[in-house]
Design a binder for this molecule. Structure first.
Ligand SMILES: NC(=O)c1ccc[n+]([C@@H]2O[C@H](COP(=O)([O-])OP(=O)(O)OC[C@H]3O[C@@H](n4cnc5c(N)ncnc54)[C@H](O)[C@@H]3O)[C@@H](O)[C@H]2O)c1
Ligand SMILES: [Zn+2]
Length: 373
């Protein structure tokens, strides 16, 4: 086996390992043996990733499984719908399963969230395995057990906490990912540095180019450090009663931008997060929580790597402030009509700031020159 890193997500009887390294898919039979030997396995992927990797995975694990089946859904966020969820459940039930059947989610965050929720629901809970193929999925969505689909009323509103048995993050799979999707995932990596590890942010300032060009020791370190940080936060607060909210740095802004953009592919999640991170530091500086120098440093990095760094640079950057506020008020962290933001005392130290009145955010946007209210 190639060299790999291993992290344990410590959740008592639901603990599981994350393996990170190059060409792990080739050795999937060895990594997954404990969970799939003599079992029926159903690999679920999307129409882009399936043709690239389902064959190799099937060939590798078939000798040790009792049966391997493959299913695919259309690539894209639209597959996180109740229609696709129902169809997938029916297809799996038609194959014929029992409680020992194990599902493998082979894909990006869409597949991980959808298949995780299918696994949580079928027969009141099947085991599942995450093989994340996008950078965003490797550093974020495959870790932590949040699964679900979108509702008409909003994103991720139907779902369950359901932890995988194991996560296999093969960094070679990122070679087929588009540059734009890579950069979108990179925004979440920056988020980890900003929220809790100033040294990691400094490392990213020096090494971002090697990370994005997939120099293996650099991308492996960036994925590992990100997973370690998410793991630590999730282990301390699995169901987001308190500190898990720190992972939402930049996201109150980002979710509003995504809602305005209508999730139509013009704006990727990480692009919205980039802009959100810049604004979270601007708001922190405006509230005298952190220095303007820190906010400038965040903007400088975002701009250097090519991520949007503020609202105006987004394709959705024309919406009225009142519309943005309306979307922000749908945030799960709204208490008694007031907004909660994840802000920062400095680079590497985020904090939860509740009780922010919408007028303060309106004034903040108007100060930034966004005055079409
Ligand atoms: N559960 C969580 O904690 C969590 C956290 C963050 C985001 N999410 C969810 O994750 C989703 C976004 O994830 P995403 O950005 O991975 O989107 P995605 O799954 O749609 O993948 C992005 C695109 O890249 C393609 N792709 C993925 N891997 C590839 C590869 N190796 N080679 C070629 N193409 C590849 C996909 O087919 C898709 O077209 C959103 O639905 C979001 O809500 C969940
Ligand atoms: Zn995110």
């Amino acid at each position: 086996m190639n060299n790999f890193e291993k992290i344990i997500v410590g959740l008592e009887q639901r603990s599981y390992p994350i393996f990170i390294g190059p060409e792990l898919l080739k050795d999937a039979d060895q990594f997954l043996a404990e969970f799939i030997t003599d079992k029926q396995v159903i690999i679920i992927s999307d129409s882009t990733i399936g043709p690239l990797y389902q064959g190799e995975l099937t060939r590798t694990i078939s000798p040790i499984c009792s049966k391997v089946e493959n299913l695919r859904v259309a690539a894209g966020e639209a597959s996180k719908s109740s229609t696709v969820f129902n169809t997938l459940c029916e297809e799996i039930l038609n194959i014929g399963i029992d409680r020992k059947t194990i599902l493998i989610a082979l894909g990006g965050g869409v597949i991980g969230d959808l298949v995780g929720f299918v696994a949580a629901s079928l027969l009141r809970g099947l085991d599942f395995i995450q093989i994340p193929t996008s950078l965003l999925a490797q550093v974020d969505s495959s870790v932590g057990g949040k699964t679900g689909i979108n509702a008409k009323a909003g994103k991720n509103l139907i779902g369950a906490f359901h932890q995988p048995k194991i996560v296999l993050a093969d960094t070679h799979l990122l070679k087929s990912l588009s540059k734009r999707e890579m950069l979108s995932g990179y925004a979440e990596i920056v988020k980890y540095g900003l929220l809790g590890d100033a040294d990691f942010f400094l490392w990213l300032e020096d090494n971002w180019s090697d990370v994005l060009s997939l120099q293996q020791d650099k991308i492996i370190y960036a994925v590992k450090r990100s997973c370690e940080m998410k793991t630590q936060i999730v282990a301390a607060d699995e169901t987001e009663q308190s500190t898990r909210a720190l992972l939402n740095l930049g996201h109150t802004f980002a979710h509003a931008f995504e809602a305005v953009a209508n999730y139509n592919g013009d704006l990727l999640h990480g692009e919205a997060v980039g802009a959100g991170l810049g604004l979270a530091f601007d708001l922190s500086a405006a509230k005298h929580l952190c220095s303007y120098a820190d906010a400038e440093r965040v903007h400088a990095h975002l701009s250097k790597v090519g991520l949007p760094e503020d609202y105006a640079s987004l394709p959705a950057g024309k919406a009225a402030v009142s519309i943005l506020i309306k979307h922000m008020k749908k945030d799960k962290k709204v208490i008694a009509g007031n907004l909660t933001f994840i802000l920062a005392h400095k680079i590497g130290e985020a904090c939860i700031v509740p009780n922010i009145h919408e007028d303060e955010i309106t004034a903040f946007f108007i100060n930034k020159g966004v005055n079409h209210v």
